[in-house]
Write a protein that binds this ligand. Structure first.
Ligand code: RNT
Ligand code: ZN
Length: 418
C-alpha cells in the first residue's frame, strides 16, 4: 500500500474505534485545525533581539548552548520562522518582544519605541498570514537592575512605565492591523537575591505602576500579566509572584499568563485552569518545560502537557485560552526546537480532543468509579497517532519523523553558512 493510503486506512480504522467510546475523530481534527499557537520569536536567536546596543541577557533568565546558525538579523529571523512553519500544520501566530523591532541600525531606547518600529513586521506578518502578539522587554538593559516597575527610584520606575505604555500602543496597532486582538504580555523580573526588609513595599509600587500603565484603554489588544517563581540571582523574593498577579488579574479583569516553568515542580499547572477561568477573563499560556528549575527546555509530549491540554478541553475553554510557547534552547538546531515544541503541543491537544469525556462523565455521575478509572487508562492507548498522521497529511506537512530531513537540509543550505 502507498504511504498515503496507509495513513488514510489507519485513520478510518481509528475513527471507527473512537466511535465505540463516543468520540468523533473527524470533529477532533477540525478543532485541532482551528487551534493557533503563538510562536515565540526569541527561540531563533537566544533572546538576543536587534537593539544593536550590545546588551547581554539579564533579568534572571539564561540560555545555554551555542549551536551554530542563530538568526543574526530580522531577515534571518523571518526566514527561520517561515521555515519552522513549513513543518507545523495550521495557521499560527508570532509573538514578538520589543527588542525585536526594526530599528534600522539606530539606537532607539526603550522609552522611545513607537509602532513605526514594527511597521515592517506588521506588513510581513500580513503577507504570511501570521498574526502578531507582543511583549514588553524590561530585561537586558542598563536600567533593568533588580527592580523596574517596582523600583522605588522614581526615574527608573517612570522609564519602565513609559516603555510599557508604548508597548501597549504598539500591540494595539498590531491588533488593529490584523483585525484580531494582539495579546500583550507583561513579564518583569523584579526581585531580590536575599530577603527584603519588607515584601509589601515593592508589591505596592508594582500595583501602582500597573494601574498607571493600564489606565489607557485600548480596543485591539489584551493585557496579560505573567508571574514567576524566581529568577537566577533573584532567588529569595519575586515581586510579581503568582498570588500577586492572580489577585491583580481577578480584581482588575486582566489575563494571567501561566508559564508552565514558573511553579514549584510538583505543582500542577493544569489544576489552575478551571479556577482561573472562573475569576479572570481568559488565560494566556507560556508552554515551556522546566527540568529541575525554570530551565526552558524544548517542549515535549509529557504528562504535564497532556494534563494541561486535557483540562483546557474538559473546561471547553479552547476559545478562552491562548497558547503561546516559551522556551529557548541553544544546544540544538533552533528551528528544529520550534518544530518539536509545536508538534508536541498539537499532539497533546489532539489527545485531549479525543478523550471520551462524555462517557467518563456518565460513569462519574453514576458513581461507577472503577469504570471511570478503567476507561481513563484504556483511553491512553487508543490510536490517536493515526489521527495525528492524518492531521499532518491533510495539512500537507511532513508526517512523523519525515520532517527531520527538511530541517537538516535547511541547516546545510542556510543556517550553517551564517
Ligand atoms: C521569563 C518569562 C518570560 C520570558 C520571555 C522572553 O521567565 O517566562 O516570558 O521567557 O518574555
Ligand atoms: Zn514566559
Amino acid at each position: 500500500m502507498k504511504r498515503e493510503q496507509l495513513i488514510e486506512a489507519s485513520f478510518a480504522a481509528a475513527a471507527e474505534r473512537y466511535m465505540q467510546v463516543g468520540v468523533r475523530a473527524d470533529r477532533a481534527l477540525e478543532r485541532l485545525n482551528n487551534l493557533s499557537l503563538s510562536l515565540h520569536c526569541w527561540q531563533a536567536d537566544d533572546v538576543g533581539g536587534f537593539e544593536n546596543q550590545g546588551g547581554t541577557l539579564s533579568g534572571g533568565i539564561q540560555v545555554t548552548g551555542n549551536y551554530p546558525g542563530k538568526a543574526r538579523n530580522i531577515d534571518e529571523l523571518r526566514a527561520d520562522i517561515l521555515e519552522a512553519t513549513r513543518y507545523i500544520a495550521g495557521r499560527h501566530r508570532l509573538s514578538l518582544h520589543e527588542i525585536y523591532g526594526d530599528f534600522g541600525g539606530q539606537a532607539v531606547d526603550r522609552d522611545e519605541v513607537t509602532p513605526e518600529h514594527f511597521a515592517s513586521w506588521i506588513q510581513w506578518a500580513g503577507e504570511h498570514q501570521l498574526k502578531l502578539d507582543f511583549n514588553s522587554t524590561s530585561f537586558s538593559h542598563p536600567k533593568s537592575g533588580n527592580l523596574t516597575l517596582a523600583s522605588p527610584e522614581e526615574p527608573v520606575r517612570q522609564f519602565w512605565i513609559e516603555h510599557t505604555r508604548r508597548c501597549r500602543w504598539i500591540a494595539d496597532t498590531m491588533g488593529a492591523a490584523q483585525n484580531d486582538p494582539c495579546m500583550m504580555n507583561l513579564w518583569i523580573h523584579d526581585g531580590c537575591k536575599e530577603i527584603p526588609a519588607n515584601r509589601m513595599r515593592y508589591r505596592r509600587i508594582l500595583e501602582k505602576s500597573l494601574d498607571e500603565i493600564f489606565s489607557t484603554p485600548y480596543e485591539h489588544m489584551k493585557d496579560c500579566i505573567e508571574a514567576k517563581l524566581f529568577g537566577i540571582g533573584l532567588e529569595s523574593y519575586t515581586v510579581g509572584s503568582y498570588d500577586f498577579y492572580l489577585g491583580y488579574g481577578a480584581r482588575k479583569g486582566k489575563i494571567v499568563t501561566l508559564d508552565t516553568g514558573h511553579f514549584h515542580l510538583t505543582e500542577s499547572v493544569a489544576d489552575k485552569i478551571s479556577s482561573l477561568l472562573l475569576f479572570t477573563p481568559e488565560i494566556m499560556l507560556h508552554v515551556s518545560r522546566p527540568v529541575r528549575w525554570d530551565s526552558d527546555h524544548v517542549v515535549i509530549l509529557n504528562d504535564d502537557l497532556l494534563d494541561l491540554s486535557r483540562e483546557i478541553v474538559r473546561c471547553d475553554a479552547l476559545e478562552h485560552v491562548h497558547i503561546g510557547l516559551d522556551y529557548f534552547d541553544a544546544t540544538i538546531n533552533r528551528i528544529g526546537a520550534y518544530v518539536i515544541g509545536c508538534r508536541a503541543t498539537q499532539k497533546a491537544f489532539l489527545q485531549a480532543l479525543l478523550e471520551p469525556g462524555a462517557l467518563l462523565q456518565k460513569y462519574e455521575d453514576e458513581g461507577r468509579l472503577f469504570e471511570r478509572l478503567a476507561l481513563q487508562e484504556e483511553a491512553k492507548s487508543l490510536p490517536w497517532s493515526a489521527v495525528w498522521d492524518m492531521f499532518c497529511l491533510s495539512n500537507e506537512v511532513p508526517v512523523g519523523e519525515d520532517y527531520i530531513a527538511g530541517i537538516g537540509a535547511y541547516e546545510r543550505n542556510v543556517t550553517s553558512k551564517r
